[in-house]
Write a new protein. Structure first.
Lengths: 130, 506
């Protein structure tokens, strides 16, 4: 009889434990936007303004900065799917070491910022406007 | 379906013809007292265990009747509940004691009618599925039909009592003008339970319940112009913007399990009960190749402890504590390929913690004239939160209830039952935080309307009168019931309800 009681209690505990659902609270993540040039050369200076629109909630995140490379750090953003738009001014050194300054834009209708480890990398090719 | 329901009700009464022959008027009165006495209220929760339900009553009772229910108020307390209803129900219910070891019970009913003034709610079973639902700004009256079939059996096998029960509900709610919502529900619950006597004083019970739930929900617009967007609500006015608008075809599927343990004395002694359950309901968009949008999790834990005394005067005192946690996970969709969306992440965006505690007492006496008086007092608090963008609603209530019941036999042919009750719910704290600037005005209007009525005080009173006329020396009786209730809100709004029933007891 004791064995029957213990078996019943174990079944109860196992059922309750296996059925419990834990909250999923990995809300934010980070990543990187990598801008590439449409021509040969290296980026000397990049002044950018980024607008990210969450496709699921339509929340808009904007940030601006200056960097010496084409790598833009995205930090503390809600996980999800985004459309990304980058605008700004880029100073380029071409293959003959000539410097030139251009306005640019880069855009994607869909990027995924879902990985929880912050390793979300997006690569966009710049469109030089002038 | 209606023919099958009628056959089920006839079977219920025919079976009783074999089991209950020869009941006298005194036995009829005893059965009415036993089944309706308020003194059993502390044990009704434990009768969810089919093994304990099998020993709940010593007397059989079978009734079949028609009930009309009318509820009206000018402005809804909660917009999703509407301003009232007119419902008619025909049903039969029976509890048959086959012998001193076994009992069988069942119920079949058909309900139809109209719900009035429903807004911001395009699904059936709002209280079960909120906040994950489909909603629009127009709403309107809805028609409703419901079929229920329930049956259970319990018996004693040696030192053990065992029992099983099945409950089935099929329901549809629909609207015949734009926006034409239709929700079709199937809800199946299976219960199994065991119980064992501990010596001669106590019975301990253990039961398990499984539930399977499914609802198909869609909204159509027949007018070529004038359709409104259907919003995928996620809690506190937040919507799943990406799939709100014209995704009008949803499935809600889910279910859950419930475990319950009971301690019941044979006479006087301790009463104790604990139950825990988890149910989940997934909202799936059929038009997007069955993309899951959200999953609602409803977890409950409740405990009861007290003492009852059975004697010349009966009394019971018990405390109830219940914790309910509702959370909703949003499933984030990636980019589509041929209308197939992958789920790239899931996050728990909505959380609601509800705590209720109360102290209850019943005192009464059973006999030719049975009377009971009940008093309750307690506290209830809820904390709703949406993670991002941040929204919250906090509400606390203190409440008190009193009720009195009298069951009498003024003459050999009559059994009369009267009940009165009163309650007060006082809101001790209410707080709403929403980003008013960032959300559309109609969401703000809906939230502030509901909050204003939730952040209010309610006083209610009711009276119910039921009369049985026993035919000669037979076991047959006719009954009639009339009940009236009024709930008054401190926001100058009142809800009136009238319930009338007619039927026969076999």
């Amino acid at each position: 009889m004791k064995t029957v009681y213990y078996m019943i209690m174990m079944c109860v505990v196992a059922l309750v434990a296996s059925g419990c659902h834990s909250d999923l609270e990995d809300y934010t993540t980070g990543g990187e936007i990598v801008l590439t040039l449409p021509q040969e050369g290296t980026i000397e200076t990049l002044q950018y303004s980024v607008m990210m629109v969450n496709l699921n909630s339509r929340n808009v995140t904007t940030f601006s900065d200056i960097t010496a490379s084409g790598h833009i750090i995205v930090d503390n953003i809600m996980r999800g799917a985004y459309s990304v738009s980058v605008e700004g001014i880029v100073r380029i050194k071409d293959a003959t070491s000539q410097l030139s300054t251009h306005q640019f834009r880069a855009q994607s209708d869909y990027v995924s910022m879902a990985a929880t480890d912050g390793g979300n990398t997006v690569t966009l090719e710049m469109i030089l406007i002038d | 379906m209606k023919k099958q329901l009628l056959v089920a009700m006839m079977l219920v009464t025919a079976v009783h013809g074999f089991a209950g022959a020869g009941d006298s008027i005194a036995a009829s009165h005893a059965a009415i007292v036993e089944h309706y006495s308020m003194s059993n209220e502390h044990a009704r929760l434990m009768w969810n265990n089919p093994a304990l339900m099998a020993t709940a009553h010593h007397n059989s009772l079978t009734q079949m009747g028609v009930t009309i229910s009318w509820v009206h108020q000018d402005e809804p307390f909660v917009m999703q509940h509407g301003t009232g209803h007119v419902l008619a129900e025909i049903g039969a219910q029976s509890y048959l004691r086959l012998n001193n070891r076994a009992a069988v019970w069942g119920r079949a009913s058909y309900l139809t009618g109209k719900n009035r003034g429903i807004k911001w709610n395009s699904v059936a079973d709002y209280d079960l599925l909120e906040p994950d639902m489909l909603a629009d700004t127009v709403g309107g009256d809805t028609s409703r039909e419901r079929y229920t079939f329930e049956g259970g059996y319990g018996t004693r096998l040696g030192h053990w009592q065992v029992g099983g029960e099945m409950l089935f509900r099929a329901e549809q709610e629909y609207r015949k003008q734009d926006p034409r919502m239709r929700g079709i529900v199937t809800d199946l619950t299976l219960r199994a339970g065991v119980a064992r006597h501990l010596g001669s004083r106590y019975t301990v019970g253990l039961s398990m319940q499984g539930n399977i739930y499914r609802q198909t929900c869609d909204v159509d617009f027949y007018k070529p112009l004038g359709s409104v967007p259907e919003y995928q609500m996620m809690g506190l006015g937040e919507i799943y913007i990406r799939f709100s608008g014209d995704i009008n075809d949803l499935i809600f599927k889910g279910g859950g399990i419930k475990l319950q343990a009971d301690l019941l004395p044979a006479g006087s002694g301790l009463i104790a009960n604990v139950w825990v359950s988890q149910h989940s309901y997934e909202r799936v968009a059929r038009l997007l190749n069955s993309l899951p949008l959200t999953t609602l999790y409803n977890k409950e834990l409740a405990m009861r402890a007290g003492w009852r005394h059975v004697g010349e005067m009966n009394f019971a005192v018990w405390s109830d504590v219940k914790y309910n946690r509702r959370t909703s996970d949003q499933h984030l969709a990636g980019t589509s390929s041929s209308q197939i969306y992958p789920v790239i992440a899931s996050m728990t965006m909505y959380k609601n913690n509800i705590t209720t505690a109360s102290l209850n007492a019943i005192v009464g006496r059973e006999g030719t004239t049975t009377w009971n008086v009940k008093a309750s007092a307690g506290y209830s608090g809820s904390r709703q939160r949406f993670v991002n963008p941040r929204r919250s609603m906090k509400l606390d209530y203190a409440f008190g209830q009193v009720a009195a019941q009298l069951i009498a036999t003024p003459s050999r042919s009559w059994t009369l039952m009267g009940e009165i009750d009163g309650a007060y719910y006082g809101c001790t704290r209410g707080n709403l935080v929403i980003p008013v600037v960032d959300i559309d005005a109609h969401f703000v209007d809906m939230l502030t309307h509901n909050f204003n009525f939730l952040n209010a005080n309610y006083t209610s009173a009711g009276a119910r009168f039921r009369a049985y006329y026993h035919f000669g020396r037979s076991r047959y009786s006719a009954y009639a019931q009339a009940a009236y209730g009024i709930t008054s809100c401190s926001r100058n709004e009142q809800r009136h309800s009238i319930i009338i029933s007619l039927g026969i007891k076999i």
